[in-house]
Design a binder for this molecule. Structure first.
Ligand code: LLP
Length: 402
């Protein structure tokens, strides 16, 4: 992973958001995209907030002393133990998904004698038209309370009655890998109109509005380029104009970019093992990884750019073959990419690079087939250092009892 690139993305969001929404604005890195100690250290140094979705992410951020008052705790099903853990570590905000959770947080806060700041997660009823597995803003979503059905209003008025909760504002997230700025404009508009409605009907003025994440990144050369600064500026202009029209003070804006902070900063390097050609049918290039370090093709058929890394320039001039680059799991679906062009003489010990793997790869890795996870290397100004160790066989059996 390229540390300079990660820091550049953070600075781009910070600057763009402050220019668009004023000094109170804060980007929250959605740490589900890549979560390990060094990432939280970078976020702390860059002055970012973070979106965390589990106590595992909270404890990782806590381990490097990340100031958790700048952490926003998501999840649609926080257990009582999760709630207590997060409160005891001083997590600044809980993003509350539903009414049961409100009750549970109120109960734990009241037992502790504290007041917990919360945002309510609402679904604005927008389908971002990306792939279904990452679409979350629609009314029938697993996440949040829908504005359209009246449940958002119900949960808002209920939250206002709970003495150990401070309702700071609202959150929405419509989906991931979104390229159309209009999706963000429409969801911001629905949220602002809802805020105005809550002020008019219930005298409640939200201080914060979290617009979620979802900015798309380029996996292939032909993918569109999403200009972060321009898009944030466009959203800013439209939010400012609508606030004036509705007579709302500009809320403190949050955004939750995950993929667009880390994806393009990452690349996975594999060593080629078997090359199998089935004449008239298909060619396979097997590498020393697969769905265990990158399940995204198996799950979403995600496209990736794949290159022969140890002789890139020469490789392009050589005769190419179409192949599937596959992993080493006992599973036919263990495919990293199909229809890849590699030189016909690709052979054992060649290196294959899969680009744009900084987001949702290591984070979604597993030990399926009892394969140890690979290490993560961070590169900064030409110097490489290990930030996550390669798993050992000892790690694999650590929790097994005799
Ligand atoms: N905020 C919330 C509430 C989210 O649910 C997500 C992503 C984000 C922010 C960050 O979205 P981003 O900026 O990264 O698009 N595993 C899938 C992606 C799942 C995204 C889940 N939520 C993948 O590999 O494509």
């Amino acid at each position: 992973m390229d540390e300079d690139r990660i820091r550049l993305q953070c600075r781009t969001y910070l600057r763009a958001m402050r220019e668009a929404f004023g000094e109170a604005a804060l980007p929250l890195y959605a740490s589900k995209a890549a979560s390990f100690k060094q990432i939280y250290r970078i976020m702390q140094e860059e002055g970012m907030g973070i979106d965390v979705v589990s106590v595992g992410e909270i404890c990782t951020a806590h381990a490097v002393g990340f100031p958790l008052e700048r952490a926003y705790f998501h999840s649609n099903n926080k257990t009582d133990a999760d709630i207590l853990y997060a409160m005891e570590r001083g997590v600044g905000y809980f993003v509350v998904d539903n009414r049961e959770e409100l009750d549970a947080i109120e109960r734990v806060a009241s037992e502790k004698g504290s007041v917990q700041k919360i945002l309510l997660r609402l679904t604005p009823g927008i389908d971002p038209h990306t792939y279904e597995a990452v679409s979350t803003g629609n009314v029938d979503s697993k996440f949040g309370s829908a504005i359209e059905t009246g449940q958002a209003e119900e949960i808002t008025t209920y939250a206002l009655t709970l003495p150990h909760l401070h309702l700071a504002g609202f959150h929405c997230h419509v989906g991931s890998q979104v390229f159309d700025a209009d999706v963000f404009l429409r969801s911001a508009e629905i949220m602002l109109r809802f805020m105005a409605e809550m002020r008019d009907k219930h005298g409640y003025l939200a201080e914060e509005l979290d617009l979620g994440g979802g900015f798309g990144v380029r996996y292939l050369a032909e993918d569109p380029v999403m200009n972060i600064a321009d898009t944030v500026k466009t959203v800013g202009e439209s939010v400012q104009a609508l606030c004036r029209q509705l007579g709302l003070p500009l809320p403190a804006i949050r955004m939750e970019p995950g993929r667009s902070i880390v994806a393009e900063a990452g690349m996975t390097l594999y060593t080629v093992g078997t090359v199998k050609q089935i004449p008239g049918y298909k060619n396979y290039v097997s590498v020393d990884g697969g769905m265990t370090d990158n399940p995204r093709f198996a799950l979403y058929r995600s496209p990736y750019t794949v290159l022969l890394a140890n002789r890139t320039e020469k490789a392009e001039a050589e005769e190419q073959m179409r192949c599937s680059v596959v992993g080493r799991c006992c599973e036919s679906g263990d495919i990293l990419q199909e229809n890849v062009s590699l030189p016909c003489d690709v052979t054992r010990d060649d290196l294959v690079a899969v680009l744009t793997t900084g987001a949702y790869n290591y984070a979604m890795s597993s030990n399926y087939n009892r394969l140890p996870r690979p290490p993560v290397i961070m590169v900064k100004k030409g110097n490489a250092r290990l930030v996550v160790k390669r798993e050992t066989f000892e790690d694999l059996v650590r929790n097994d009892l005799d």
